[in-house]
Ligand binder design. Sequence first.
Ligand code: ATP
Ligand code: MG
Length: 338
Amino acid sequence: MAKEKPVILTCAQPTGQLHLGNYLGAIKNWAALLDDYQCYFGIVDLHAITTPYVPAELRKNTLTCLAQYIACGLDPAKCRIFVQSHVIGHTELAWVLGCLTPMGQLQRMTQFKDKARGKESGSIGAGLLYYPVLMAADILLYNADLVPVGDDQKQHLELTRDIAAKFNNTYSPTFKVPEPYKHGSGGRVMSLQDPTKKMSKSDANESGVLFLLDPPNILRKKIMSAVTDTGKEIVAREDKPGISNLLDIMSAVTDRSAGDLEKEFVGQGYATFKTAVADAVIAHLEPIREKCNALMEDKETLNKVLQEGASDAQRRANRTLSKVYRKAGFMERPTLER
Ligand code: ATP
Ligand code: MG
């Protein structure tokens, strides 16, 4: 029998709109994995309620996130895309794992400290502290071999590895200890308004962020008013973060090297260069936006993808959860009538 392909699990919260950084630094790379791995993409709505949010927006963002994933190349015929709250097992496993996790380790997580800073402990939900345990459950529920994580999530993956090892030692070998997966390409896309900061969904200054669903005139406006550097040359250099960022963006969307682009724009002004960057970004994002808008009109297809994704994810989750419950000493569940 052919060897099973390794399992890759990637989760992202359905908060806000996706931007060019999410696409070039994450989703585009995930799409390249579909043939070689069994890929599970979780839209983790349970995580999205750890900080204040608006329920109706969460529901809408969850569906838009799915449509954008598909439009960006995550072909549902080749992977499973599921919504976390549709699969029974994430929170159940998190409870068991939470009972093995030292409180102090959670309190030392950088992201918790960052998000809790300056707030009264009475106003911080316990979910924010518990978030990394739920993330460990997301990964271990699918017995993932590899997990692509950004820098900000590395510490949480380390915790997942610790918890997996602790469960295996306390009960008996059950979980694979997952490895981080490093993408070969796709650097950081920086904000157009402050090229020393990464482009980010949560940036209050939206003019520095190119959203995937921005219409062409907005994309053009944002790129034309991007902060540039002193001097006139169009070169990628440390003292020219604004131009370097635009060159990187243009290089990524045209598949041409930055060096090649530098040669093309020798002696040309910033305005000509920015117009070319805007044309290239618009041409690249146009089909994605159109596909996403068409999908948003086709709820039947979106629901079918979620239905199939959840069924497949649930089958895999059930296998792990029943094993864990048995090892933890819980009695077998009686069959209930529904
Ligand atoms: P937030 O501001 O809410 O943290 P974000 O813009 O950082 O949002 P995330 O949802 O945290 O987006 O990240 C989703 C994925 O996109 C991660 O894999 C992350 O590493 C990647 N990513 C986010 N921003 C960029 C960027 N500017 N350049 C490249 N990759 C990015
Ligand atoms: Mg982030």
